[in-house]
Design a protein around this ligand. Structure first.
Ligand code: ATP
Length: 638
């Protein structure tokens, strides 16, 4: 069948510059200067172009790599290929050239014709006066591209270009390359990321994934029945206690009160929150909630943000409830580092016939981690003291470990509510107390003993600390516990040499996380594509549309869906091969020139098309749908 393709613009062949630009002619010294090339390039050159003995000689003639084969053009010129199966069509590994010859034009009479659609060539390369540089770089100067893609180029783009080229015609023009939807966007190779496996704050990739997965699972967990928890609590529902309250376990007090922490979903936003309930607390004055307002304005990475506070009788008592941000699977410093671990299941192992008794290891916080905790807590204290408040919650059971080496002070603000109206010391007193508690916390973590900083234990604690920690840690903890009047600024001064390292680690963590996030971009692309396919396939309103019938141009989408999702094996059993689906969808999203054979359900006809064609077909069908939706909806899919 004669090709109905309209005459097509040929992409201009790359311009080979054999001369340097007019400006900046080479001096004789420059000409004779040796050329230093990266190792891999030298190796490649040696293998191909550079004869032995010519290493280091500069050439004034630029070597331009030969342009890649114009596969796009070839693919398009052969698109109208309907191959009846009876003709013995077979796909060979070398492509489709022979196959096209084996079925000369005219033989396909009776088959549907797949017409070439000129709009497939959205991003052709053009040359303009200022465009040599762009064109050799393979950049598009098509203003439509920029307008349509909404990349923020002004509408008078062309006139700007003229102005630019008039004034800056010598300067290179860098423009945005049309996004070609490559299969995967190449990003930083692991060898260029310092320690891609494990950074101070971010665990290795696989572990990170696992951790996030577990957090998600925890967030969705529900409490066992029969706990007698209220179904609804002042706008929160689905309460789950975060600590076991088993009979026989002694309950600890929060100040003078018993308290329990629950996870609950906030109705208004569906977000899980951590609710700390103070049991049997009768609050009489609404003004007691005033500190919550101030605390809710404090934003710091080492402080659990407070949301709101209220009282309730839903637990059959008078309870005060304070709502905080929830961190799934967070554990207290005590639980992570100090809680006695159960003995290993097989304490005795046999090596080569000898019994081996594993040594009981002292659970100590590594010094690097300890400094990290210290710096984060000190920074949080600084933030709070600056606001004229005191933390009052510096305790191993109230500081949460929310991620690798990340801590957050929880339960802030509660004491301000509980103590409202009671005769109290001034805030400077409590700020001094914060620093002393901070010192006690360091002692407790270093010695695994909650009362290590008590006067009676202090000398013993210092001795035990010496075994595992540097003198700096010891001096720091002793300074905090001393009676010398101090401020958080003087404490930070002691930490100054270590803060830089912490800062660098934090930036490294951001780089790592960005790197991890980059990998997830691909998922978003595929989900979007699947949504598009879902929107357009099997729509009742298309049922009578001739374009979706076997003679219509949209038929291709139907067949492609079958090709991706409805494959069967030789016995007719469904093939549920996820990698096949992902490969196909990635190629579709990339719009590659690779061609596939789509077979009709009755196996009476088949169609050879490239992913690029299918992509365009889907885009057109989706655009048709969009036209009939509201403008707001449409903008979401642009
Ligand atoms: N904001 C929060 N997000 C996630 N979990 C939290 C949050 N606040 C507390 N938790 C968890 O709730 C549990 C109970 O907290 P609580 O402060 O009562 O600790 P605790 O170890 O039981 O202390 P205490 O011994 O004083 O009762 C802890 O396991 C803690 O990890």
């Amino acid at each position: 069948m004669p090709s109905s393709n309209p005459p097509r613009r040929q992409p201009s062949s790359p311009v080979v510059r054999t001369q340097s630009p007019a400006v900046g002619t080479l001096t004789p010294q420059a000409v004779n200067a040796p050329v230093f090339v990266p190792k891999f390039a030298a190796a490649a050159q040696a293998a191909t172009t550079v004869p032995s003995g010519t290493f280091g000689t500069a050439s004034t003639e630029a070597k331009v790599p030969s342009p890649p084969p114009q596969t796009t053009e070839t693919a398009h010129s052969e698109i109208p290929t309907f191959v009846p199966e009876q003709q013995g069509y077979s796909v060979d590994q070398n492509g489709y050239e022979e196959q096209a010859e084996a079925y000369p034009e005219g033989e396909y009479a009776g088959s549907q014709e797949y017409t070439y659609q000129p709009e497939y060539d959205d991003y052709e390369y053009q040359v303009d006066q200022a465009g040599n540089a762009m064109q050799t770089m393979g950049l598009s100067t098509d203003p439509n591209y920029y307008h349509e893609s909404g990349m923020g180029y002004p509408h008078d783009y062309e006139s700007n270009m003229l102005v630019d080229s008039a004034y800056y015609h010598q300067a290179p023009v860098f423009m945005r390359q049309p996004l070609n939807y490559l299969l995967y966007t190449p990003y930083m190779p692991p060898e260029l990321i310092r320690n891609p496996i494990n950074t101070h704050f971010v665990p290795p990739s696989a572990e990170l994934r696992q951790i996030l997965q577990e957090r998600s699972e925890t967030t969705r967990g529900v409490a066992p029945l029969g706990l007698g928890l209220p179904e609804e609590l002042q706008g929160y529902h689905t309460l789950v206690p975060l600590e076991p309250s088993l009979p026989g376990i002694e309950r600890k007090k929060f100040g003078n009160w018993y308290s329990t922490v629950y996870r609950a979903i906030r109705m208004s936003d569906g977000i899980p929150h951590a609710l700390r309930r103070i049991e049997n607390f009768r609050l009489t004055n609404q003004a007691a909630f005033a500190p919550v307002e101030i605390w809710s304005q404090i934003q710091h990475p080492a402080i659990v943000p407070i949301r709101e506070a209220f009282t309730t009788k839903a637990f059959d008592d008078n309870s005060l409830v304070v709502s905080y941000a929830y961190y799934p699977n967070a554990r207290t410093l005590f639980d992570v580092h100090m809680k006695p671990k159960p003995p290993p299941p097989f304490p005795q192992t046999t090596y080569y016939g000898r019994h081996h008794q594993p040594q009981q290891q002292q659970q100590t916080v590594p010094e690097r981690t300890l400094w990290s905790y210290i710096i984060q807590i000190a920074s949080a204290i600084k933030k709070v003291h600056e606001r004229g408040l005191a933390v009052r919650m510096i305790d191993v059971t109230k500081i949460l470990v929310t991620g690798q080496n990340r801590v957050k002070i929880s339960s802030c603000g509660i004491f301000d509510i509980l103590m409202f109206g009671a005769p109290q010391q001034d805030i400077a007193y409590f700020q001094q107390e914060d620093l002393q508690k901070f010192g006690k916390l360091v002692f407790a973590l270093c010695t695994n003993n909650m009362s290590a900083a008590n006067q009676a234990n202090l000398q013993k604690s210092v001795d035990s600390m010496k075994k595992f920690y540097s003198l700096d840690v010891q001096a720091f903890a002793l300074y905090l516990c001393s009676k010398i009047p101090k401020t958080i600024d003087s404490v930070l001064e002691m930490l100054r040499p270590r803060i830089l390292q912490e800062h660098d680690e934090a930036l490294m963590a951001t780089d790592r996380l960005e790197h991890e996030l980059m990998g997830e971009l691909e998922n978003a692309r595929l989900v979007r594509l699947m949504c598009k396919l879902g929107f357009i396939n099997e729509r009742p309103e298309f049922a009578r549309d001739p374009r979706w019938s076997e003679t219509g141009d949209r038929y291709i989408v139907k067949l492609f869906r079958d090709y991706v999702f409805h494959q069967v094996d030789e016995n007719g059993n469904p093939v549920l091969d996820l990698s096949h689906v992902l490969t196909c969808l990635n190629k579709l999203d990339a719009g590659t020139d690779e061609r596939i054979m789509l077979v009709a359900r009755d196996e009476q006809s088949c169609l050879v098309v490239s992913y690029k064609d299918i992509k365009q077909c889907i885009a057109n069908a989706f655009d048709d749908l969009l036209k009939s939706t509201t403008a707001i909806q449409s903008s979401r899919y642009k």
